[in-house]
Ligand binder design. Structure first.
Ligand SMILES: C=C(N)C(=O)O
Length: 131
């Protein structure tokens, strides 16, 4: 994966790339939107804990395909309030801490999710060479 950060665009607002180029022949993994719910069905109240759980769930899905955060090419995230953005970004930066070729990232404020207590949802696309 090659990050695309053209010099004639403003710098990204955070630790992400404006675009990425994925070579032909890669295996792709797409997650569904992950909520802040753990394996026991527990959901923390605060947005930071929920965001961390969303990324932990995505990481578990990637692991099941032999992938890690290093293989992530795209992150789409949704929060229910502008006030949750900083917490979400902190969790994203933790998830991507070891990543140097940063994925693309989209962050959107939405009116809600499947249960009223949910504040964050994250979906990931990952790709890695099959050779
Ligand atoms: C501004 C963004 N695209 C982000 O944080 O994902």
């Amino acid at each position: 994966m090659t990050p695309l950060i053209p010099k004639d665009l403003p710098a990204p607002f955070g630790r992400y790339s404006h675009g990425v180029s994925v070579p032909a022949g890669c295996q792709f993994v797409m997650t569904s939107g992950q909520l802040g719910v753990d394996v026991n069905g527990q959901c923390a109240e605060d947005a930071l804990s929920q965001a961390r759980q969303c990324f932990a769930n995505c990481a578990a899905i990637l692991r099941s395909a032999g992938m890690t955060a290093l293989d992530v090419v795209r992150i789409n995230a949704f929060v229910t309030d502008r006030a949750h953005m900083a917490d979400y970004m902190k969790a994203r930066d933790e998830f991507c801490a070891a990543v140097t070729d940063l994925p693309t990232s989209t962050l959107v404020i939405v009116s809600g999710f499947t249960r009223p207590e949910f504040k964050v949802e994250v979906e990931i696309t990952a790709a890695r060479g099959t050779g």
